[in-house]
Design a binder for this molecule. Structure first.
Ligand SMILES: Cc1cc2nc3c(=O)[nH]c(=O)nc-3n(C[C@H](O)[C@H](O)[C@H](O)COP(=O)(O)OP(=O)(O)OC[C@H]3O[C@@H](n4cnc5c(N)ncnc54)[C@H](O)[C@@H]3O)c2cc1C
Ligand code: SF4
Length: 560
């Protein structure tokens, strides 16, 4: 973790722009953050003729520079391509104090945001996920339902290209997927035998990966099954936001400024958002004004920015009159269960985190002793280096004379099931500002406090046992597990929750801040509950819906 001393601090938070502040011309809308959500909202607004400026602290990541094309790819996972910003410590990163968190928050700061690292597992919410208070008496219901979001899920799928198979009986019907499902390979076939033996649901995953030529973007090729999607896809098969939404948004005239770190969102005399003050690549402080400001910095970056945006109107942070900015952090609770099989199953061949899944244990069953549920998600083995080190969860490989035999018995024959469970919101799980830690510009860094509830612990114990049963039924002879798996904070949710009541939510049903009528949030912060599955299709669908709301309201007072 980087700790910067007081002497590299920039101007004091809340300082008025001085003579050295460069002011930019005004667009129609300012988007902060160029990840999954920022890209989607920028594209939709640019397509409607809005003049869009987006500020992103990171840079473009050239496909050819991504580790899977290079011999040292596994070492890069341990260094500059680690998903933990505290390990990477690149110029675009900010430190996160996670010493009080059961999960390590993971993210990437670049054009495309964390989708540069993601695995592309792409499940939608179930209809029940929008009404857990009504169904199970826990958390809160969303102020919208599945039917309202469904057209935006569909639009998002068409924009990015999804591999999969329509017809899953566990989920609402959907259009034919854009490309055929990924091949599940011999390991997937073994898992299918396991699920079938137990009589449990399974289905090929919807994956944000193309398996055939798709779309207009040049440079996207179908998946070649090389494996380490989490290190960035070098051929554009993985539908990260830099190869999907951004090229289209730029063609439509959106302006994307990289190397620009926003320090604070400024407000006018009435307490409405006026724009953002940011550091450009040269370290100069600039101000970008806009009549509408949209924040898309993810479930940690967004509350951090709002809490850092203090003013006379908002002494406790922008849009924080409810006191809920930063509260109710959810990750998804996660355990990894590995099975070692007696025969080679090419377990390293294919995208590392997507292939097939089970929603057998998705909905609440009171007999299980916990509310809500989990998905079982196929995970592949990584490379030889990680195998030699034991993999994750670690199945220790002996060193010395027995090493080669043990390695040969595991490489290609160890496969995983992830147990990804619903993480219910709790105010004590939170993002606050660290009193001491800052980034390279002297901006206070986030501090994350998160602990697993008793419900989550019971849920994970149940899931680990069921995953072991599947792997055994599939033929595995040795089972290993890590529960919870600490470095699994991929999903950053809930810290600016959505709701109709200004006293109980930060943003309304459209993502508009209750306290600031021209400020919107479109990332995972707005989630009311986490649901069971990976969140990004829902994050992007919500961002597109917010954009359409703005487009409909164009010209009406208080919006633009
Ligand atoms: C290893 C890994 C695997 C994953 N696998 C999956 C998966 O299989 N399926 C799935 O659904 N999800 C997955 N995810 C999660 C997915 O990547 C995120 O849900 C998604 O990217 C969130 O989108 P976002 O726009 O909210 O935030 P991000 O994509 O994180 O983008 C936020 C952007 O804001 C920028 N930013 C932040 N603060 C500032 C500031 N002050 N000034 C300027 N810019 C700023 C950041 O640099 C970043 O580019 C994975 C994530 C990781 C790390
Ligand atoms: S497995 Fe496919 S999607 Fe993943 S990095 Fe390789 S080519 Fe890209």
């Amino acid at each position: 973790m980087v700790q910067h001393s007081a002497h590299d601090r920039g101007p004091r938070i809340g300082a008025t722009p001085g003579a050295d502040t460069v002011r930019e011309a005004e667009p129609d809308v300012l988007v902060i953050g160029a990840g999954a959500a920022g890209a989607a909202v920028a594209w939709r607004l640019a397509a409607a003729g809005w003049r869009v400026v987006c500020l992103e602290q990171g840079d473009w990541v050239a496909p050819a520079s991504r580790p899977p094309l290079h011999e040292d790819w596994e070492l890069r996972r341990l260094t500059d391509f680690n998903a933990d910003p505290n390990v990477r410590q690149l110029a675009a990163d900010y430190p996160v104090n996670d010493t009080a968190s059961a999960f390590t928050p993971l993210m990437f700061n670049a054009v495309g945001g964390s989708t540069i690292h993601w695995s592309g597992h792409f499940p939608r919410f179930h209809p029940s996920d929008f009404r857990v208070r009504a169904l199970d008496g826990v958390a809160d219901d969303w102020p919208l339902d599945y039917a309202e979001l469904a057209p935006y899920y569909d639009l998002n799928d068409r924009m990015i290209g999804v591999a999969g198979l329509a017809g899953d009986p566990a989920q609402p019907p959907r259009a034919a997927r854009q490309t055929a499902p990924l091949p599940i390979g011999p390991f997937g076939a073994a898992l299918v035998r396991g699920f079938e033996h137990l009589g449990w649901h399974w289905w090929p995953s919807d994956s944000a990966i193309i398996t055939a030529p798709y779309g207009d973007e040049p440079g996207r090729r179908p998946c070649n099954l090389c494996g380490p999607c989490d290190l960035g896809c070098p051929i554009g098969a993985l539908s990260s936001a830099d190869v999907t939404y951004w090229p289209a948004a730029l063609r439509l005239g959106a302006e994307l400024r990289t190397g620009c770190r926003v320090r604070e969102i400024t407000v006018d005399a009435r307490g409405r958002a006026r724009g953002a003050r940011y550091y450009d690549r040269a370290g100069r402080i600039r101000e970008q004004r806009a009549p509408v400001v949209i924040v898309a910095c993810n479930g940690i970056g967004t509350p951090r920015l709002l809490l850092n945006s203090r003013s006379r109107h908002f002494p406790d942070g922008l849009a924080n009159r409810s006191g809920l900015v930063g509260k109710n952090l959810m990750f998804h609770v996660f355990a990894s269960v590995g099975g070692i099989f007696p025969a080679a199953l090419d377990t390293f061949k294919g995208p590392i985190g997507t292939g097939l899944f089970s929603h057998e244990f998705y909905e609440t069953d009171p007999a299980r002793g916990f509310v809500r549920g989990y998905q079982l998600q196929m995970g592949r083995q990584s490379g030889p280096l990680s195998t030699a080190l034991g993999g994750q969860p670690a199945a220790r490989v002996p060193w010395g004379a027995e090493h080669h035999a043990a390695f040969a018995a595991r490489y290609g024959s160890t496969g995983y099931l992830g147990v990804m469970g619903e993480d219910l919101p709790e105010p004590a799980n939170e993002v606050v500002l660290d009193p001491h830690l800052t980034d390279a510009h002297g901006i206070p860094a986030p501090l994350v406090r998160y602990r697993l509830s008793a419900n989550s612990q019971r849920l994970l114990a149940h899931g680990v046992a069921r995953a072991g049963e599947v792997l055994r039924a599939a033929g595995a002879t040795t089972i290993v597990s890590a529960s919870p798996l600490r470095p699994s904070g991929w999903h950053l949710l809930g810290t600016c929750r959505m709701g109709d009541d200004p006293g109980a939510a930060v943003v309304d049903r459209w993502g508009r801040a209750h306290d600031v009528d021209n400020l919107f949030v479109v990332d995972g912060s707005v989630f009311v509950t986490s649901a069971v599955g990976n969140p990004t299709t829902t994050i992007q669908a919500l961002a597109l819906r917010t954009a359409d709301h703005l487009i409909r309201a164009r010209g009406t007072a208080g919006t633009r």
